[in-house]
Design a binder for this molecule. Sequence first.
Ligand code: TRP
Ligand code: SF4
Length: 327
Amino acid sequence: MAKKRILSGMRPTGPLHLGNLHGALANWNKMQEEYECFFFIADWHALTSDYESTGSIQAYSMDVFLDWLSVGLSPEKCTLFVQSHIKEHAELFLLLSMITPLPWLERNPTYKEQIAELKNKDLSTFGFLGYPVLQAADIIMYKANGVPVGIDQAPHVELTREIARRFNHFYGDIFPIPETILTETPKILGLDRRKMSKSYGNAIFLSDPPKEVRNKVGQMITDPQRARRTDPGNPDVCNVFSFHQMYSDQETTQRANDECRKAEIGCVECKKMMAEFLITVLEPIHEKRAYYEANPDTLRAVIEDGDLRAGAVARETMAEVREAVKI
Ligand code: TRP
Ligand code: SF4
């Protein structure tokens, strides 16, 4: 049996952080071993909300691509590409827009949420309303069977399923109906104990150099009840301790656990120990990134190769689609 085909994308909104590493990236890394995977940079989607200032989209796209390679997504195992390089997405988006009823888009929960949340941006555009239609085009272009996404994106995959069914109903059975594969994301908290997020300014980025990691770990909020060095602390409620559990060796984690409760270790020292382990975990990631940064031609070749493979599939699909639509 042919391998199941998996597709997912990320908007290039900035460098990726530890939350992304343990969520989407860990998941994609596993999936590339088992499935035929397509992962792409959704740069057109970034335009839907950032159309006024597009200056960073290209640089962010490269950043995210580098992050992908540095954490182990392999161009040999999966197809990594850039959405805007495959113009067929725009054509399929247009055709799907003809058959997508407006109310489906207007009642999309993420649409309503975003409009309410991002008050400083004018999102009452055609493009923003059509965001899920473009996403549907991305997905069905590759006849994906599964789409790994976080819970926030589940409504978009649901809409994709409805749009694909409608297309098949009008024009013939061309597209498989893709399944949502919910990514389980261990909740990684940021420096301030809120969910780690670029927009909160509380993230540790995969590309942060050791000095920056030490500095950020130094700012992490610990057990809020522990006011003085002489107070015993409670690792169970301390985010630094959660990081120990993820990154430090067992001995160090045990030590932090015991000594914190007896006030035998201060938070400054405890953080320093953890930071060094985190830096060690990031080291191989930085090495890979440095390799591609030093060899921009190799990076360019990787992207071109991914575009080529994605483009071949997209052209095939569009030939079928045009014939079915009779246009
Ligand atoms: N909307 C997704 C996000 O913001 C990105 C995306 C665009 C996507 N097209 C996709 C994800 C297709 C999965 C499949 O995260
Ligand atoms: Fe957290 Fe370590 Fe401080 Fe205890 S000693 S509160 S585990 S940072």
